[in-house]
Ligand binder design. Structure first.
Ligand SMILES: Nc1ncnc2c1ncn2[C@@H]1O[C@H](COP(=O)(O)OP(=O)(O)O)[C@@H](O)[C@H]1O
Ligand SMILES: [Mg+2]
Length: 274
C-alpha cells in the first residue's frame, strides 16, 4: 500500500493541556481508519490537523502527493440556505454541470430519505440531517481523502445503513476514509483500522479481539415479502410480528445489512447481558 500522509511527532496543546503528544501515524491510500475515544480525547483535533484546518503545536504532517480532501464537520454552521441551495452552490464551485448536479442530488436525497427536507433552511434541520448533507456534498465530487467527524451520531438506523453502503463503495474505489466514530458496532463495518485516541496518544486497536467478546440483541420488524437469510437463521427467534436475534458484535452489522436486504426493518439494538 502507498503511504499518502505521514504524521511526524504531532503534538497539540490547548490552554496548557496536552491533547496530542508526539503522535506518529502513517496513512495509506484506500485505508479506512476509525478514531475512537471518549469525548474530549482529541478525535476532532486529530482530523482537523490531518485536514490542515488546525496547526499542530509541534511536529509535521507530510503529504506525499497533492490530495483532494473533503472534510465533513461534526456540526454545520446554522445557515439560511436550504440544503438544495447549499449543494447547488458547492457543486458549482466544484465545477459540476447543472444537470448532472441536479440528477446526482436528487438520487442522493432519495437514498438518504431527505427528499422532503431539501427546501427547508439548513438552520432548521437536525444535526443528523445536516451531516447527511455534508456527506452528500462529499459524494458529489469524489475526494481522495474523506474526513468525517462523527458522521453517524444523530442518524437513524436506516440512514446509517445507507451511509455504510456508500462509504464501502468509496472504499472500493480507493478513497481514503478517516473518521471519528462513537458507535462501536459500526466501526467494524466501515474501517480496516481502528485507532484509540486518549491521553495524548493514538494507538491501534485489535478490533477482532475487542469485538468478539461482545454480543448484541437485535429486533427486526417484518416488512412485506420478508424472507429469512439462511446463514442467520440459527440466531433468530420469532417474537410477535417480528424477530429477535442474539449475535456476536463483529457479525452484527453484516447481519443487519442482510436482514434489510431480505425485507426486514431494524427496530432496536442493545447489548446482550452476559
Ligand atoms: N479550539 C479549541 N480551543 C481550546 N480547546 C480546544 C479547542 N478545540 C478542542 N479543544 C479541547 O481539546 C480537547 C479535545 O477536543 P476534541 O478534539 O474536540 O475531542 P473529541 O473530538 O475527541 O471529543 C478537549 O478538551 C477540548 O475542549
Ligand atoms: Mg469531536
Amino acid at each position: 500500500m502507498r503511504e499518502i500522509i505521514k504524521l511526524n511527532q504531532i503534538s497539540k496543546v490547548y490552554n496548557h493541556k496536552q491533547i496530542l503528544d508526539q503522535v506518529d501515524l502513517s496513512i495509506y491510500e484506500g485505508q479506512s481508519i476509525a478514531f475512537t475515544g471518549h469525548n474530549g480525547s482529541g478525535k476532532s483535533t486529530m482530523l482537523k490537523i490531518i485536514a490542515g484546518l488546525v496547526r499542530p503545536s509541534g511536529g509535521k504532517v507530510v503529504y506525499r502527493e497533492k490530495l483532494l480532501f473533503h472534510y465533513v464537520p461534526e456540526r454545520f454552521p446554522k445557515m439560511n440556505l436550504t440544503a438544495w441551495q447549499y449543494l447547488k452552490r458547492m457543486g458549482e464551485i466544484d465545477g459540476i454541470p447543472g444537470k448532472v448536479l441536479a440528477d446526482r442530488c436528487e438520487k442522493l436525497f432519495a437514498d438518504f430519505f431527505l427528499t422532503e427536507m431539501v427546501h427547508t433552511p439548513m438552520k432548521d434541520l437536525s444535526k443528523g440531517t445536516l451531516q447527511k448533507i455534508g456527506v452528500i456534498q462529499a459524494l458529489l465530487r469524489r475526494p481522495q481523502v474523506l474526513l468525517l467527524d462523527e458522521p453517524l451520531s444523530g442518524q437513524d438506523m436506516d440512514s446509517q445503513m445507507v451511509f455504510i453502503q456508500k462509504m464501502n463503495a468509496l472504499r472500493a474505489e480507493k478513497v481514503t476514509l478517516l473518521m471519528s466514530c462513537h458507535e462501536k458496532y459500526l466501526v467494524e463495518s466501515l474501517s480496516d483500522t481502528v485507532m484509540a485516541v486518549g491521553h495524548g496518544q493514538v494507538n491501534k486497536v485489535d478490533i477482532t479481539a475487542e469485538l468478539c467478546a461482545k454480543e448484541y440483541i437485535l429486533w427486526f420488524e417484518r416488512q412485506k415479502n420478508a424472507s429469512w437469510p439462511e446463514e442467520y437463521r440459527p440466531y433468530i427467534q420469532i417474537a410477535g410480528k417480528g424477530c429477535r436475534a442474539r449475535i456476536p458484535e463483529h457479525e452484527s452489522s453484516r447481519m443487519i445489512v442482510e436482514m434489510i436486504r431480505h425485507g426486514w426493518k431494524l427496530r432496536g439494538m442493545s447489548d446482550a447481558q452476559v
